[in-house]
Design a protein around this ligand. Sequence first.
Ligand SMILES: C[S@@+](CC[C@H](N)C(=O)[O-])C[C@H]1O[C@@H](n2cnc3c(N)ncnc32)[C@H](O)[C@@H]1O
Length: 249
Amino acid sequence: MTPKRERVREMFGRVAARYDRLNSLLSLGLHHRWRRVAVRHCRFPPGGLALDVAAGTGDFAIETIGADGRAVGVDPCAPMLAAGLPKLRERGLDHRVQMVVGEAEHLPVASNRFDCATIGFGLRNVTDVEATFREMTRAVRPEGRVVALEISRPRNPLFRPLFLFYFYRLSPWLARLFGGDPDAYTYLPNSVKTFYSREELAEMMRRAGLVDVYWRDLSGGAVCLHVGTKPAETAGHTRSQGESLAIIR
Ligand SMILES: C[S@@+](CC[C@H](N)C(=O)[O-])C[C@H]1O[C@@H](n2cnc3c(N)ncnc32)[C@H](O)[C@@H]1O
């Protein structure tokens, strides 16, 4: 395992039990809204099948599937997936969301199966962003969407210093105060500092085979949503209807 893979996995293992609480605290409760906006760009059909990569405790999958959809969540950190299971059970979703241990760069799922593939606040953590987009593109059906949400650097010169102060100074302190892992919440701002620009991410999506790629800034650009569509295709492909969740390779 590369050092980053090991470090990230161990880190999320340590924060898993407190992840949902800290996520709400540090995002000032906005993370649900960001996912709700993202889901509007998924073009997820009633009764559809979603793939959520870097699924963590399952919030993106839950938001996507609505009243009658189904989802597979993939994440290499078993404690994160386990921390989400009580939430799925409480909402009666455990039979509609299947959590699988696996990595974004080698998704353990079949090709052309999913109506959309999402990744929420996971791109910064994978070791190979372009391979992640390639895998998500492989997994969705033709005309299916790949949707990524990620923390970003605001471009507005008035808002940026406020955001940077909050993100680099205040949020690690808050995380520590509320029992978060100090390493984890120092890693978070640093991982954003060294992350790709909006344009670079869009270009990677195109190289992965997606078309009609666009992005939208949310909350003044503190978060950015990237969307791409798998080209329509291909002789021989038929959309899966009413099949079981037997989609794991
Ligand atoms: C910040 S959490 C996001 C969880 C969830 N998507 C959300 O919106 O709350 C990042 C997740 O990325 C996962 N992760 C780290 N490396 C990964 C990889 N190579 N492939 C897939 N997921 C990975 C971590 O285990 C963690 O659960």
